[in-house]
Design a protein around this ligand. Structure first.
Ligand code: C2E
Ligand code: CA
Ligand code: CA
Length: 753
């Protein structure tokens, strides 16, 4: 019922348990108990002595083996593994002392107690015996009862030392398995003892039995951690307080290892002593996986840049630090314009390539560091020490943020950065040898005080960036208070829109399209209006984009379509017109609203003929996803016309439109406004018209307000004109009157001819 120590080499443990030996067979997992007696090997050439000693020892219940010369001693020892050897100093063939030396050199007999039998008072022999490695000596003539006692004593001593040896070995093995090194420092003698495992961890080629000093630890310590290590150990030596620290070493001057050290003053009976004990564990693996986890948690997988979480921590700290020194934090939000176009047209790997190249460029521009560097500085609250590190983070798809942690608001730092950024966008990105041009919209916001929160400053930069997009993209906008007002309107619109559909607060206005050749009516555009119960009429520019964001456009769009179709059918039935009504359709209606079925059902419901309907779509629809061009084709197959709206404002290259099946191009008002003969606008309109005609498309000029504009447009061969010059959008009732009046004019004109 005590501890069991198992010899692995011969699977038994003799002598240890009161002469009971357990034979353990690891294969069958069985344990047999046998009685075992200590075995004594007698090496004696004198037969009388030999027999006499043998008899005495057998009587004392020992197992006895005897040999008469030195030559066979080692073999016998190996074969029988005696527990004690009685070795005569004088042998006929070999010198007994040499035999002893020999036995000590062999690991099998290294630890077996050897009693040398020497002549009485032969001091020289006694000294030689000890020098040769004997455990004890016994003088001849032999006192028999004393011999038995001496042997028993040695056996007991051997048992204890064996147990010690084994427990020492077990400890060493356990430490090795646990990767745990152990050291002991005698602070009075200033001597340090190291366990083998410490040497292994430190990759040191020195003898663990020698004593060392603390420089062993300090010399290999990572320079950044050395001071702390020295301080912690010194503190423990002086105050006897336990301590624990993690530090790095440069094993072999190159590999960084992470170690954890526990230091404690040794206590003897509750009193501290001069001995300091330390345990060292190699925690490199754990640290590495921790770092990997941190890396994953704080960086963006595609670009390796810091992500939103890290950005948040960084800005938090930067804001208070910057204001402390009278500066502020600038946050620059960057969003790529129409990035989806690349994804949709060329696949996501093209999009990824652009994002990666862009992140490299941004990285270079502001010298962004590794994620771990920021984390290190954050943990020590030293974000703004030495050179303050700027940061580039990727927040999502195509949205990036640059943070300048300490700028003077009156300086040109941010403007300079924006200029340099702009340059970066001027050179093309590359995907499989193809050049891709991308522009970006940027918004900048500054922290107002040390208490500005990260959430607020990011939101402000984001708002400013969105404003830049609204203002036509590819620009920089700075955040200002009135943007907030705009946002709150935006939010209230979002809320109010929900009720508006239920309460039928919408109306459809109509604006005619007139032939530029003979001024005949070619069609109408249906334009929605919202009569808000308290805010009055809200123009579509203010709510269509909101409805698109929230998805309400699907329902609203269907309502406009149905209303416009019903009205047109009525006018046709009244004999007032027989033209197409053009209804605007948003991208989301294609994506989510199964537009083909909706159109079919609305036509069925209202009785309008396909040939009297045209749908106006923007490039956004064409680019939003691949299936929309299938839908468009399906609609055209049914006889419905398709117009490409706002042409020229997006990024449509002329070649791009040739790929889509459409009927009409509507040139945006920005090209028509103030157009004069020979102006750049005129050149563009002329080129577009020519190409469109070449492809069999009709061309409509939008927003013609003046006689001058009309004349230039006409000269450039546009087919139709829509604008205030002829007629503003009007509600159905007024439109009916206009039509009635107009049919008279036309008729009158015709009569006059
Ligand atoms: P849009 O499709 O480009 O419509 C033409 C816009 O130009 C209309 O603005 C019209 O009133 C305006 N306009 C026409 N002639 C002139 C002119 O001579 N001078 C000026 N300054 N403006 C002129 P509106 O009605 O405010 O609509 C704005 C935008 O809202 C439309 O632009 C369209 O994109 C969107 N929208 C309107 N109704 C609907 C709808 O039912 N569904 C969808 N999805 N979008 C709609
Ligand atoms: Ca339109
Ligand atoms: Ca338009």
């Amino acid at each position: 019922n005590g501890l069991l120590f198992i010899y692995c080499d011969h699977l038994r443990f003799p002598v240890l348990t009161n002469r009971v030996c357990l034979l353990i067979d690891p294969l069958s997992n069985s344990i047999t108990e046998v009685i075992d007696r200590p075995t004594i090997l007698i090496v004696e050439d004198n037969p009388v002595e030999r027999q006499l000693i043998g008899k005495i020892l057998r009587n004392a219940d020992f197992e006895v083996i005897a040999v008469d010369c030195g030559e066979v001693v080692l073999d016998t020892v190996i074969q029988y593994q005696p527990d004690i050897i009685l070795l005569d100093a004088l042998l006929p063939d070999l010198d007994g002392f040499d035999v002893c030396v020999h036995l000590r050199e062999n690991p099998k007999s290294l630890n077996i107690p050897i009693i040398m039998l020497t002549g009485l008072d032969d001091v020289i022999s006694i000294n030689r015996a000890y020098d040769a490695g004997a455990t004890d000596f016994f003088t001849k003539p032999i006192n028999h009862s004393l011999l038995v006692h001496r042997i028993r004593y040695l056996l007991r001593a051997r048992l204890i030392s064996e147990q010690l040896r084994i427990s020492d070995q077990s400890l060493t093995n356990a430490q090795q398995i646990a990767g745990m090194g152990y050291w002991e420092f005698d602070s009075e003698r200033r001597r340090l003892n190291l366990s083998d495992e410490v040497l292994r961890i430190y990759e040191l080629n020195i003898d663990s039995n020698e004593s060392h000093d603390m420089s062993v630890f300090y010399d290999t310590c990572h320079p950044e951690d050395r001071e702390q290590l020295e301080r912690t150990i010194a503190e423990c030596v002086h105050t006897y307080k336990d301590a624990n620290l993690e530090y790095r070493i440069l094993a072999n001057n190159t590999d960084v290892k992470y170690l954890s050290m526990n230091i404690s003053a040794m206590r003897v009976k509750g009193e501290v002593s001069n001995h300091i004990l330390g345990i060292i564990i190699d925690i490199t693996e754990r640290k590495k996986s921790e770092q990997e986890i941190v890396q994953l948690a704080y960086s963006d997988t595609l670009t390796g840049l810091p992500n939103r979480s890290l950005l948040g921590l960084y800005v938090d700290q930067a804001i208070s630090r910057a204001h402390f020194s009278g500066l502020c934090v600038a946050v620059l939000a960057i969003d790529l314009d129409l990035f989806n176009r690349i994804n949709n047209a060329m696949g996501h790997s093209a999009g990824d390539a652009v994002l990666q190249q862009l992140s490299d460029r941004l990285n270079r521009l502001v010298n962004c560091r590794e994620v771990s560097v920021y984390l290190g500085r954050l943990s020590q609250n030293t974000i703004l020490d030495d050179i303050p590190f700027s940061m580039v983070a990727r927040l999502g798809a195509d949205s990036f943020v640059i943070v300048l942690p300490s700028v003077n608001r009156s300086s040109n730092d941010v403007a300079d950065l924006a200029l340099r950024l702009n340059k970066e966008f001027q050179s093309p990105f590359n995907y499989r040898g193809q050049e891709l041009f991308v522009t970006s919209s940027m918004g900048v916001a500054y922290s107002e005080s040390g208490s500005t929160t990260t959430g607020v400053i990011l939101q402000q930069a984001d708002l400013a960036m969105h404003e830049a997009k609204v203002q036509g993209r590819n620009t920089l906008r700075e955040f200002s208070g009135d943007l907030v007002a705009q946002v709150s309107t935006h939010l209230s619109i979002q809320t109010d829109l929900r009720g508006a559909l239920k309460n039928s607060d919408f109306l459809v206005y109509y604006q005619p399209k007139i032939s530029s050749k003979d001024q005949s009516l070619c069609g109408f555009e249906a334009l929605v209006r919202w009569t808000h119960p308290t805010k009055g009429v809200i123009p579509p520019d203010q709510f269509i984009s909101v409805a698109e964001e929230t998805g309400q456009i699907v329902e609203l769009g269907r309502w406009v379509l149905e209303t416009a179709c019903r009205q047109t059918k009525q006018w046709i039935d009244q004999g007032l017109i027989d033209v197409r009504v053009a209804v605007n359709v948003a991208a989301r209606q294609f994506k989510e609203g199964n537009i083909v079925e909706v159109v079919e059902s609305v036509l069925g419901l209202t009785g309008l003929d396909e040939k009297n309907l045209e749908l106006e779509i923007t490039e956004g629809v064409l680019m939003s996803d691949a299936t929309s061009s299938e839908h468009i084709a399906a609609l055209r197959d049914q006889g419905i016309a398709i117009a490409l709206d706002d042409f020229g404002t997006g990024y449509s290259s002329l070649s791009y439109i040739t790929r889509f099946p459409i009927d009409t191009i509507k040139i945006d008002r920005s090209f028509v406004q103030d157009i004069t003969e020979g102006s750049q606008q005129a050149v563009i309109v002329s080129a577009v018209t020519e190409l469109a005609h070449g492809l069999g498309y009709k061309v409509v000029a939008e927003g013609v307000e003046t006689q001058e504009e009309l004349e230039v447009i006409r000269a450039l061969n546009c087919d139709e004109v829509q604008g205030y010059y002829y007629c503003r959008p009007m509600p159905a009732g007024e439109m009916t009157e206009w039509l009635q009046g107009r049919s008279n004019v036309v008729t009158l004109g015709a009569r006059a001819k």
